[in-house]
Ligand binder design. Structure first.
Ligand SMILES: *[C@@H]1O[C@H](CO)[C@@H](O)[C@H](O)[C@H]1NC(C)=O
Ligand SMILES: *[C@@H]1O[C@H](CO)[C@@H](O)[C@H](O)[C@H]1NC(C)=O
Ligand SMILES: *[C@@H]1O[C@H](CO)[C@@H](O)[C@H](O)[C@H]1NC(C)=O
Ligand SMILES: *[C@@H]1O[C@H](CO)[C@@H](O)[C@H](O)[C@H]1NC(C)=O
Ligand SMILES: *[C@@H]1O[C@H](CO)[C@@H](O)[C@H](O)[C@H]1NC(C)=O
Ligand SMILES: *[C@@H]1O[C@H](CO)[C@@H](O)[C@H](O)[C@H]1NC(C)=O
Ligand SMILES: *[C@@H]1O[C@H](CO)[C@@H](O)[C@H](O)[C@H]1NC(C)=O
Length: 557
């Protein structure tokens, strides 16, 4: 079976019954200031779908759409409701301040229509990109969303029951925090950045004492020297780290063992807000914990006299959210100069880090399902592509992250669009592709900017005590030296993988016999024609829609 076909059959297996939960609708906003119109949504880039749920405090008709300018002109609209004859729903196109016309091509599929407690709940889906020029093309930009509703199921002029709100659906960003919100400022203090291309500074410290458990819900960078601060990571330390320090990283200090990621930021990123039912735990039993702030300075011009006080601002609340968030580091075991490298003059050199989650039970038992909602992918300068394959029972079922056009200067925490479940015994394979055409020397796997890394930080809940799950090939078995890059790459990737898992106390466990599996081709979702499923829904919809058309004469929305 070809890769795309295989992918389709997997999709079918995986979507059955998925609507029972809200894992497909992780984002939500009220569209009006009176909180009567509530929109939830989620999407899957690889399948090319976006799903909406519109919840309005009315038992009449409801409408939702996309508008180029915020009004009715050229707006792409869906309207529906649950009337005495059952549900009605259709895709419309509006030419202006009059009754929108039903689209010939119905690009939206109704998934469910219910009424409950005086609210109408309309759940529907469409391809992100449709082939119908009458549909609004959804992109990762702020989009003007419009809504309207009525008090009965007779669709007519909405009067004041209408509005507009601008939201970036595919790249949803944090709301601004209230001005009195409490935060911790975790920063270095006027350190002198040496005139070296790569410099890692580490500050090991306790955070402000919070006697009870709190939740961090937003992470914001506070950057003083934009041109050199490349990434920042805050790790929590195992309990045996009891001394603060402030000096270059990885000099053999105790704090080098602090590897449980708490918060992260990388160049190109902005503020990051966690989903509203989750928070990163701090304080309480954690209040004796030391943390290590690591700042990677990238100073290719070797500028002198840079004094820096950058860091992270962690907004926290004592109103605990439902789930503790954990961040799991996966990918290629990050270590200084291991005995395998990326050859120069390679156009696409692939490396792999694997994580067999069945190993988790050696350190933590039992293991719950892990719900992954965001990912931060990380390589250095030669990285061109990073993909995180998700495998179950030996077969790839999904991707936990894909960046086909990786850019060292644009690394940010990306919301997945839907929540993906890692079940016990699933495997995670991180693939990185490097381009070294411009290099004359081998590139080592290591910490310096001119070395390479291959990591995926997975943000998930509920938190478990495992902080990292990475691997590296056992190169003692690399007997032949291959001349050809392709040959060398396949030799390296065929080596047994040594896997490392680490818990919150830096207790680690090693497992010798993993192998790299093939990661499927990334499916490409381009403009999609309306499929059979949505055609079926048109036939019953036209009936209800016909009634609406008869009744309508005045402008809506
Ligand atoms: C994506 O949408 C198409 C058409 O609406 C549908 O057939 C498919 O099942 C959807 N995929 C998911 C994950 O819902
Ligand atoms: C909307 O309806 C829900 C369910 O009946 C109710 O809990 C909520 O308070 C209502 N919202 C407003 C703003 O009236
Ligand atoms: C900066 O580079 C110099 C020369 O390569 C080296 O001796 C020094 O240790 C480096 N400093 C730091 C803090 O890495
Ligand atoms: C190689 O270097 C040239 C010149 O510095 C640059 O224009 C080009 O983009 C580089 N190519 C790659 C693949 O990095
Ligand atoms: C995680 O490990 C720490 C230290 O070993 C322990 O105190 C804590 O109870 C553990 N938490 C969970 C959820 O197992
Ligand atoms: C690598 O393989 C050799 C030979 O089988 C073995 O002796 C060694 O223990 C392995 N190294 C690790 C870290 O597993
Ligand atoms: C994952 O680990 C389990 C037990 O530790 C093992 O049985 C299984 O074969 C491993 N999977 C792979 C792909 O190595």
């Amino acid at each position: 079976m070809s890769a795309p076909l295989r992918f389709v059959s997997i999709l079918l297996a995986w979507t059955a019954g998925a609507w029972a939960t809200d894992y497909n609708l992780p984002f939500m906003e009220y569209l009006d200031k009176d909180t009567l119109v509530h929109l939830k949504w989620g999407f899957d880039h690889l399948q090319g779908n976006i799903t909406f749920q519109l919840i309005v405090n009315t038992t009449g008709w409801v409408g939702f759409g996309f508008s180029p300018h915020g009004g009715m002109d050229d707006a792409d609209i869906v309207m529906g409701g649950l009337g005495s004859d059952g549900s009605y729903f259709a895709d419309y196109y509006s030419l202006g301040e009059k009754m929108p016309e039903m689209d010939k091509e119905q690009s939206y599929t109704l998934l469910s229509m219910t009424e409950n407690d005086g609210q109408t709940i309309m759940t529907f889906q469409r391809p992100i990109e449709t082939c119908d020029e009458k549909d609004f093309q959804i992109t990762a930009q702020s989009i003007k969303l419009i809504y309207a509703y009525g008090t009965t199921d007779v669709i007519k002029y909405h009067g004041s029951f209408r509005g507009t709100k601008e939201i970036n659906l595919l790249n949803y960003k944090s709301k601004t925090v209230p001005p009195d919100a409490r935060y911790l400022s975790v920063k270095v203090d006027k350190i002198s950045v040496p005139p070296n291309t790569t410099y890692y500074h580490c500050k090991v410290m306790k955070l402000e004492n919070l006697p009870t458990k709190h939740h961090i819900y937003q992470i914001e960078p506070e950057i003083e020297n934009q041109e050199v601060v490349h990434h920042m990571l805050l790790y929590h330390c195992p309990s045996f780290v009891k001394e603060p320090y402030d000096k270059p990283c990885y000099m053999g200090d105790m704090g080098d063992t602090c590897f449980g990621v708490v918060a992260s930021w990388a160049v190109g990123g902005t503020a990051y807000e966690l989903p509203e039912n989750t928070g990163i735990p701090i304080g309480g039993t954690h209040s004796d914990t030391y943390y290590r702030l690591e700042i990677h300075y990238n100073n290719p011009q070797k500028k002198e006299d840079i004094i820096d006080s950058s860091g992270l601002r962690l907004y926290y609340t004592d109103k605990l959210r439902q789930h503790d968030v954990g961040i799991l580091t996966t990918g290629v075991f990050p270590v200084s100069h291991m005995e395998y490298d990326v050859p120069p003059k390679a156009e696409k050199f692939h490396t792999y880090g694997i994580c067999n989650t069945s190993l988790f039970s050696q350190l933590v038992d039992p293991i719950p399902d892990l719900q992954v909602f965001s990912v931060l992918l990380h390589t250095h300068l030669a990285g061109r592509k990073v993909r995180v394959g998700h495998f179950r029972k030996g077969k790839q079922i999904d991707f936990l992250g894909v960046n086909e056009n990786y850019d060292f200067d644009m690394q940010e925490i990306v919301n997945l669009g839907n929540i993906k479940t890692i079940k016990p015994d699933d495997e995670i394979i991180v693939e990185c592709v490097y381009n070294t055409l411009n290099r004359t020397q081998s590139t080592m796997m290591g910490l310096s900017t001119s070395d390479e890394m291959c990591l995926a930080f997975l943000f998930y809940y509920p938190a478990i005590n495992i902080t990292s799950c990475t691997s590296r090939p056992n190169t003692t078995l690399l007997s032949t030296t291959a001349d050809q890059i392709a040959e060398y790459q396949s030799l390296v990737n065929a080596l047994p993988q040594v896997q490392y898992i680490t818990d919150a106390n830096s207790k680690s466990s090693l497992y010798r016999h993993g192998t790299v599996r093939n990661v499927m081709e990334t499916p490409t979702a381009t403009c999609k024609n309306t499929n059979i499923a949505s055609r079926l829904s048109i036939s019953w919809m036209v009936k209800a829609g016909g009634i609406i058309l008869l009744l309508l004469s005045i402008a809506i929305m």
